[in-house]
Design a protein around this ligand. Structure first.
Ligand code: SF4
Length: 479
């Protein structure tokens, strides 16, 4: 094996979170394999979540990769990733360690300055830079200057090569998420795939949700919006993307057909490349599913209100699976003015109401996700949101939740706190590294961190009274 990619989550006293790895790692392995580099993935977080013991050192001894890759997508992984990296380097000083992902891209210089066990950071898309890096390491060469997107240490200095590579549609189309042969512990991964975290009690791990094989299918990279708390927009600008790149509906369909043959029960689409005006991507994809008679339990995150024909084609495509299928919308706040200040989406509450009503007529379930602690939002904005949410709770097809959104590097509110009138508690690399679970890392000029969490408690209390089917989220946040 040339490259072994390891994924670590965040282990705390009572839970283990970030058990999903960034799924683009599968595409990376597929790309490398097509170019004669043998790469595999081991999801250490999923293995632990299944109560399976493994030895990190034993794993590396068994597969003996020349290069170890560590995913560093979310800042909450940092501690676990750095601990693993030090252990690996201590035992195998000759092996090269590379990290990649959103957080790694943002803190590339600080990581190389402070974590001597890490040799390289790949910033942005990884396919070509990782291929060139693996080839150089395997051939014993040290000409790193020519590798785009990488940061590295040489003779005590840190170099950051320009980010010039971004995935093309051609490469994206050529790669398959269903390349499960690259995943060493696929059973463990699928067994907890219906959960974002697992609970820990007396050293034993429990899944809050029953096992169901779910796959997060990321059909596009990039987003046309720029929500105040989300890292997507600035990260994709770093990657050099000016608009989303997406896989062709035909290749997605082929890939999904294979995923379903592995017993995947729910496909979750967390990205939505369609613009306001058109529902091109998913409409085309769903038409192919209908033609090929492919159906499954589908969950789809819509980044804005889809145009009316979307509901009709969604209903036709998943008509036999509607009970376990969902359209997810994230208006975040039911105050239109403040929503507009935080999100690019321009739909009104009236349009949202009409959409839920229409979805109900089609028998489609909708999940509405609200967020406490948005910049500019006052207590009274949340009172209005609560009143409106109570009214909406009479829809039989609707689930509403409210959660917090912890700070992320690359998010507009982190990059420009004055504009968003937030007070940052996490200001630099060290703050992110030391941030405790459940901490938000910021507060707004309207609400302190404590008041933000109180907003959720009030919401849960009132909504539990308003609707029997209301399910409150029992964690402070998913990070
Ligand atoms: S939260 Fe906003 S910016 Fe981030 S991916 Fe969703 S729509 Fe795009």
């Amino acid at each position: 094996m040339d490259l072994l990619i390891l994924h670590f989550g965040r282990l705390e006293k009572n839970r283990l979170s970030i058990i999903h790895m960034p799924y683009k790692a599968i595409l990376l392995c597929d790309f490398l394999a097509k170019n004669s580099i043998k790469a595999s993935i081991f999801n250490a977080a999923a293995e632990t979540a299944n109560n399976k013991k493994f030895s990190l050192i034993g794993l590396i001894e068994k597969y003996d990769p020349e290069i170890i890759g560590l995913t560093l997508q979310w800042h909450s992984q940092m501690k676990g990733v750095f601990e693993a990296s030090r252990r690996i380097k201590k035992k195998f000083p000759q092996k090269k360690i590379v990290v990649g992902g959103i957080t790694a891209s943002f803190f590339s210089r600080q990581i190389l300055e402070k974590e001597k066990s890490i040799d390289y950071v790949i910033r942005g898309d990884a396919e070509i830079p990782a291929l060139k890096l693996c080839r150089q390491i395997k051939s014993g060469k040290t000409d790193l200057k020519s590798i785009e997107n990488i940061s590295y240490r040489q003779a005590g200095r840190i170099y950051e090569n320009p980010v010039k590579y971004k995935i093309s549609r051609r490469i994206f189309n050529s790669l398959s998420y269903s390349s499960f042969s690259h995943i060493l512990n696929i059973d463990s991964m699928l067994n907890v795939s219906n959960n974002f975290y697992v609970k820990v009690k007396n050293g034993v791990f429990y899944s809050p949700e029953p096992p169901k094989k779910r796959f997060f299918y990321i059909a596009s990279r990039g987003c046309v919006f720029n929500c105040s708390y989300c890292s997507a927009s600035a990260y994709h600008r770093l990657c050099g993307r000016t608009s989303p790149v997406y896989k062709s509906p035909e290749t997605v369909c082929r890939d999904i057909k294979k995923l379903l043959s592995y017993g995947i029960e729910n496909i979750y689409f967390p990205t939505f490349p369609d613009s306001f005006r058109e529902n091109n991507f998913y409409t085309k994809l769903f038409k192919i599913f209908i033609r090929k008679n492919i159906t499954f339990n589908c969950t789809i995150d819509c980044f804005h209100l889809p145009r009316p024909p979307f509901l009709e084609i969604f209903q036709r495509t998943f008509k036999n699976n509607l009970k376990d299928s969902h359209i997810v919308l994230s208006p975040d706040l039911l105050d239109e003015k403040k929503r507009k200040l935080n999100k690019g989406q321009l739909y009104s509450n009236r349009e949202l109401f009409s959409f839920i009503y229409a979805a109900q007529k089609y028998g489609i379930n909708v999940r509405l996700s609200l967020a406490a602690g948005l910049p500019f939002a006052s207590r009274s904005d949340y009172s209005k949101t609560l009143l409106y949410a109570e009214r909406l709770s009479s829809f039989s097809n609707l689930e509403i939740t409210m959660n917090t959104i912890p700070i992320e590097p690359y998010s507009p509110l982190f990059l420009n706190p004055e504009k968003y009138k937030v007070k940052l508690k996490c200001k630099n690399f060290n703050d992110f590294l030391l941030k405790k679970p459940g901490e938000l890392g910021y507060e707004t000029d309207q609400l302190s961190e404590r008041q933000i969490f109180q907003t959720i408690s009030v919401f849960n209390r009132v909504m539990s009274r308003a609707s029997e089917k209301f399910k409150k989220i029992d964690i402070k946040n998913i990070n």
